[in-house]
Design a binder for this molecule. Sequence first.
Ligand code: CA
Length: 225
Amino acid sequence: MKILLVEDDERLGRSLARLLEQDRHNVEVAPDGETGVDIALGENGIDVVILDLGLPDISGLEVARRVRAGKPTLAILMLTARDTVSDRVVGLDSGADDYLVKPFAYDELAARLRALARRTEGVVWRPEPRLVAGPIALDEAARTVSIHDRPVDLSPREFSLLESLLRHPGQALSRDQLLDQAWPFGVAVTPNAVDAYVHYLRTKLGKEGDRIETVRGVGYRLNNA
Ligand code: CA
């Protein structure tokens, strides 16, 4: 999909854009509302707008109204730091199709985008294939993991961590990269959390846990040989 991300938080914008691009989306980032409206209403085939509510110039609500007025069918997913009923109602009334409250996990955003894409006319959504390393298989849609077809029970965080490793087989991933990919944005965690969860994950994967290799001074790598 072609996604327009309207987000003034530079770090969040960069991280999100990188993750979306890894999921084979084409991403444009607008740092303020006016730029966002211009890009959304331009002739560039944007499928979905991910729109931050708090922007430096005009509010996300105003952006949604203007985009909706110009392109009534363009899908809009609004992001906000606030979580009150009235904000949700106002956001949806302004034309947003869906709403996600910060902090959120990337997985949750990806799931909302899949739902939006299914609802959006003309967008063909291709489901992610299963991610596999040896006898380990992870089904992203069903959120299940199995080894030799036997189910493995993982916590949501362990699942996300394994998913991140499986998406980059053979590549060394730093603790910060893993935190960006597998933890919710805006939650304070230290890189040590990655070590703790890798330990849990290795234990639950049994013999196959050895596939998660420590890369000294960097982080971890999944051996898929
Ligand atoms: Ca903001």
